[in-house]
Design a protein around this ligand. Structure first.
Ligand SMILES: *[C@@H]1O[C@H](CO)[C@@H](O)[C@H](O)[C@H]1NC(C)=O
Ligand SMILES: *[C@@H]1O[C@H](CO)[C@@H](O)[C@H](O)[C@H]1NC(C)=O
Ligand SMILES: *[C@@H]1O[C@H](CO)[C@@H](O)[C@H](O)[C@H]1NC(C)=O
Length: 168
């Protein structure tokens, strides 16, 4: 497992996370609440998202600054999701070219279990830049919609995604 390959999927919500933490730090008395941790919960073991079956396997729970749901060993119609870094940041597994609508996947998965909270961050907590000898998929966005895009075998696949909700 190559730690260099791990990345956080940064959506604009991450910026809000920092702003929020900063303002909390300034206010002081809410420090205790601020330090509260939440164990993550698993997503259902299968879920129909954009007409494909997103399955999740066994996961060991961790501790997070806000409510978090995990899909470990994630597969989409039995295929792995491609994992990629932006070219320029890393020279490994860049086949996705940075296209990867994980925040949207998180929103849909959270909606399916009726989580009303806003997504805070979509996180790839375990991925590999190793060669994956099977087709892979990627959730991509078109002008109007989100579509699963099929990709051939290649370097980079996601093992675990986590979806963290806003605190309030
Ligand atoms: C999705 O996959 C699970 C596990 O293999 C299976 O039990 C379920 O019936 C599948 N759902 C659909 C809609 O194909
Ligand atoms: C992380 O992914 C690897 C595959 O790349 C897998 O073998 C391992 O069990 C995963 N670790 C956890 C903690 O899920
Ligand atoms: C994702 O969609 C864009 C256009 O919206 C396209 O240029 C790009 O090649 C697609 N990426 C993949 C990996 O399919």
């Amino acid at each position: 497992m190559n730690w260099l390959c791990h990345k956080f999927v940064i959506s604009t919500s991450v910026i809000f996370l920092f702003l929020y933490e900063f303002s909390e730090e300034l206010s002081g008395d809410s420090q205790k609440e601020f330090n509260q941790r939440f164990p993550d919960k698993p997503f259902p073991n299968h879920n129909l998202i954009y007409e494909r079956n997103v399955t999740c396997g066994e996961h060991s729970s961790g501790s997070f600054p806000s409510l978090t749901w995990t899909c470990a060993d994630v597969k989409v119609n039995n295929l792995r999701m491609a994992y990629g870094l932006y070219e320029g940041i890393d020279t490994k597994c860049t086949e996705t070219k940075g296209f990867d609508e994980l925040a949207e996947l998180c929103r849909q998965m959270m909606r399916s279990i009726e989580v009303k909270r806003t997504l805070w961050a979509a996180i790839v907590s375990n991925a590999s830049c190793d060669f994956h000898n099977e087709n892979r998929v990627l959730l991509n966005r078109t002008r109007e919609n989100f579509v699963w895009h099929d990709m051939p075998s290649g370097f980079g696949w996601i093992h675990t995604i986590q979806c963290m909700a806003m605190r309030t």
